[in-house]
Design a binder for this molecule. Structure first.
Ligand code: GLP
Length: 254
């Protein structure tokens, strides 16, 4: 079932999701999370840092797997997704570094790296909660529209639109943005027991509507979430503004 929660703004939405994650961690300390990068989850990561500092969230036994990583960028490079996660989340919570997994964008054999990552998810017992952002073209992770959608973690070319969106992490210089990435596949994502997708702001409103109200199609990878039994879509009013029943009819949980 897909539940849609519309909050007044991204800060309130993120605080509500952070509280839900803290509650899930209290029920199961060894929770397995999958996490995105991008601008969208930054307020969520800030809220999780605050909860942790106040002693209201305990990540010491949790495990995390990141959705994707850019190819050719060293983990130590400030533009890598590993560095993003260290900066915005892992340095703010009490998770041991060895319990955080980000695909290695410098792996010489990307197929082996992807297989290793899938095995690690399996050994961890599978993903309990997978948090997603949403690309403006409907990508989730780096599963891009119009590419062959693979079931498991794999190597993908990035579309020009996604490279432009990622230029912000490379000092605005498009030519420095890698052309390929490693990403969890649609199957990896759909195998998570629970999915929480965050989308904020008016630029996401059209793709949110297509994801929820349009057909399930590889032209819009996020539409595959319609097939999952436990999905929560967390929006602010602007991102919900083009839904056919209108965001206003859907009440936030908190
Ligand atoms: C990036 C990431 C996605 C992310 C998306 C949206 O390219 N690979 O995982 O969800 O784009 O980014 P933003 O949250 O900045 O809009």
């Amino acid at each position: 079932m897909t539940r849609i929660r519309v909050h007044a703004d991204a800060a309130r939405a993120s605080a509500a999701v952070a509280r839900e994650l803290a509650a899930a961690l209290a029920r199961k300390r060894a929770l397995v999370l999958a996490l995105p990068t991008g601008r969208t989850p930054i307020p969520l990561y800030e809220a999780l840092g605050d909860l942790c500092r106040r002693g209201d969230a305990d990540f010491t036994r949790a495990r995390t797997f990141n959705l994707d990583e850019l190819i050719g960028v060293a983990p130590s490079h400030p533009s890598s997704y590993r560095a993003f996660m260290d900066r915005h989340l892992f340095s703010k919570i009490d998770i041991p570094r060895r319990r955080t997994q980000v695909l290695n964008g410098l792996a010489r054999d990307s197929r082996r790296e992807c297989a290793r990552f899938e095995r690690a998810i399996g050994r961890a017992g599978g993903i309990d909660i997978l948090i997603l952002g949403l690309g403006r073209n409907g990508h989730i992770g780096f599963n891009e529209p119009g590419t062959a959608l693979a079931a498991s973690t794999h190597r993908v070319p990035l579309t020009p639109a996604t490279r432009r969106a990622n230029a912000v992490w490379f000092g605005g210089q498009l030519r420095r943005v890698p052309r390929e990435a490693l990403t969890m596949g649609i199957g990896t994502i759909l195998r998570a027991r629970r999915i929480v997708l965050l989308a904020f702001g008016r630029p996401k409103a059209a793709v949110v509507r297509r994801m929820l109200e349009g057909p399930v199609t590889p032209r819009l990878p996020a539409s595959f979430l319609q097939l999952h039994p436990d999905v929560e879509i967390v929006l602010d009013r602007a991102a919900a503004s083009r839904l056919s029943r209108g965001g206003a009819t859907r009440r936030p949980s908190a």
